[in-house]
Design a protein around this ligand. Structure first.
Ligand code: FE
Ligand code: FE
Length: 171
């Protein structure tokens, strides 16, 4: 029988942490390609600069993961993050959308917040596994990124509630 999917083997929490890091690494790399498109598609200068700032942070997230690979004595490797692929596809739909620019901004924020929430879930789990394994440095790095994802989510909420959604409503 042809094996369509290679199955993952988890023999230890260390295996699981590594797999989670590889998945996050792929997700961050994809976001480094996607965020400039989100920024270019934004009408609101505030939203545009939020995306650009988060792009810089995202590059830092990928570097932190590389540091963690090193701490774990592993080479950086990507494991295709199917969920992030899908979330970015949905974001692309907003990027290419026609119509009112303010409504489009609201749509970009909705797509971006789905991404941030996904990352928050991923980093929360990975941080907790690293803590359990006594990988304190890795746990700290993961926590730093987790906090930046949470701050980004909050900032997007603020931009939506204080400006973009109001303008979108007037469309
Ligand atoms: Fe990130
Ligand atoms: Fe993020």
């Amino acid at each position: 029988m042809i094996k369509l999917f290679t199955s993952t083997t988890f023999n230890s929490l260390d295996d699981l942490l590594l797999e989670q890091i590889q998945d996050l690494y792929d997700a961050e790399k994809r976001l480094i390609d996607a965020l400039p498109k989100m920024a270019d598609a934004s009408h609101s200068p505030q939203l545009q600069s939020a995306f650009r700032e988060h792009l810089r942070q995202t590059e830092g997230h990928a570097r932190r993961l590389e540091q963690i690979f090193q701490q774990l004595g592993k080479q950086p490797e990507r494991e295709t993050c199917e969920a992030m692929k899908g979330l970015i596809e949905e974001g692309e739909e907003m990027v290419h959308a026609e119509g009112d620019p303010n409504v489009k901004d609201a749509a970009l924020i909705a797509a971006a917040q789905r991404v941030e929430h996904y990352e928050i879930a991923g980093y929360g789990s990975a941080r907790t596994f690293a803590e359990r394994l006594g990988q304190r440095q890795a746990a700290q790095l993961l926590e730093q990124t987790l906090n930046e994802e949470k701050e980004t989510d909050k900032k997007l909420t603020q931009i939506a509630e204080q400006s973009v959604n109001l303008k979108a409503q007037r469309a």
